[in-house]
Ligand binder design. Structure first.
Ligand SMILES: *Cc1c(COP(=O)(O)O)cnc(C)c1O
Length: 402
């Protein structure tokens, strides 16, 4: 990975370790301190409105800004090649900060029909209740997307690779369609991580991460991030962060900052492991289909090669009567944990039934449902391939697949 940034031409691995950090000026501590203080002692009077905090304001109150959280924001912005980053208590807090600060009654949101279920439910239920029109489109079908993006469309929301099918969206093409109609594009890039894709360099206006996943990488802290231009970030800051208030704990910021230092080398290993497990599954007689962007058989492999510097560690696979095997996985797997979430050093697997997802989150019918089923069938096992030895992971899968 030899990407170069504006930061004195330093390379990604160096930036992941050092960006946003500096030795403590007083103690000369090499590792960052955690500043847990909720308030800061002031030298001069300050206003109480979120709307007129000057750019160069000191730290005032940790819901507005916190030094430890800011270190993480600075590192994330550098890794994403984005002008600004703000962090939140979870990926959903970051997601809702964007949706609620950008959209108002009467606006139209065009959303990908394959998405994280929490985002899909929030849009379908809460945004609709607030009088926002929500339509879904298959983002792999650019003609269908073009039809969906009307002049009333304010925001287009995509996710790539998409949960749980690993469908890839062409960010540059979707950005062009959105911008032609005066809409902004938000990309949930959680599955890709900043090592695979930097959506703002491809035209996205907002990037959203669940930091709970690859960025933290160890399954022990929740967080979310929004990346955007300074101009777009102002509404996210005042409405999403200061007023809605789902801010990140400094302790979580410190843990995730530590996780980011190893993100480049972890993602390299996730990819190598996922490729090995994907090949093993593809050759297994019981497995009907494996979806991993790194496999030549993936329907969007060429796009993935073009858009991603790393295929990540997320794959899904189908087996006949898949749901029936879930119980055996829960009891017989010795290494892989049967659990939701992803991007951890531990491998995680869970069953995601199509009917269940449709009922709870997507509500697709007709052509859209048919297109979704082409990818996901009746359901898939979503496997987040961790950092264990891939031979041991395949052996674990033999315990349940035979
Ligand atoms: C997990 C996840 C989220 C939500 O993040 P939380 O940190 O759990 O709130 C959003 N999008 C994607 C793609 C995710 O995987």
């Amino acid at each position: 990975m030899a990407r170069q940034h504006d930061q004195k031409n330093r390379k990604t691995r160096t930036l992941a370790v050092h960006a946003g950090e500096a030795p403590d000026p007083v103690t000369r501590a090499s590792a960052p301190n955690i500043v847990m203080s909720s308030t800061f002692v002031l030298d001069e009077p300050v206003g109480f409105s979120a709307y007129d905090i000057p750019e160069d304001a000191p730290f005032i109150y940790s819901r507005w800004r916190n030094p430890t959280v800011q270190q993480l924001e600075d590192k994330m912005a550098v890794l994403e090649e984005a002008p600004a980053c703000r962090c939140f208590a979870s990926g959903m807090a970051a997601t809702s900060a964007v949706l609620f600060s950008v959209l108002k009654t009467g606006d139209r949101l065009v959303m990908s029909d394959a998405n994280y279920p929490g985002t899909a439910e929030l849009a379908r239920n809460d945004l609709k209740r607030m009088g926002i029109e929500v339509v879904t489109a298959n983002f792999s079908d650019l003609n269908a997307l073009e039809q969906a993006v009307t002049p009333e469309t304010v925001l287009v929301w995509g996710e790539t690779p998409a949960n749980p099918t690993t469908r890839i969206t062409d960010i540059a093409a979707v950005a062009e369609i959105a911008h032609q109609h005066g809409a902004r594009l938000a990309i949930d890039s959680t599955f890709a991580s900043p090592m695979a894709t930097r959506p703002m360099t491809l035209g996205a206006d907002y990037v959203i991460h669940s930091l709970t996943k690859y960025c933290c990488g160890h399954g022990d802290a929740m967080g979310g991030a929004v990346l955007a231009s300074e101009e777009h970030m102002r509404a996210i800051e005042t409405d999403g962060q200061i007023h809605v208030g789902g801010v990140m704990s400094p302790f979580n910021a410190w843990l995730i900052n530590r996780g980011l230092a190893t993100l480049p080398i972890r993602m390299e290993s996730h990819e190598v492991n996922a490729m090995a497990v994907a090949h093993f599954l593809e050759a297994h007689p019981k497995v009907k289909k494996v979806l991993y962007p790194g496999l030549v058989s993936h329907p969007h492999h060429d796009l993935a090669k073009k858009q991603m510097d790393n295929f990540s560690g997320m794959l899904s696979f189908q087996i006949d009567q898949g749901a029936d095997l879930a119980q055996k996985m829960m009891s017989d797997l010795e290494i892989i944990h049967y659990a939701v979430s992803l991007g951890h050093h531990r491998s995680l697997i869970c069953w995601m039934g199509t009917d269940d997802l449709m009922a709870s989150s997507y509500g697709l019918s007709g052509e859209q449902l048919a297109a979704y089923r082409e990818f996901a069938g009746d359901g898939v096992y979503r496997l987040s391939v961790g950092l264990e030895d891939s031979d041991d992971l395949c052996e674990d899968l033999v315990r349940v697949l035979g």
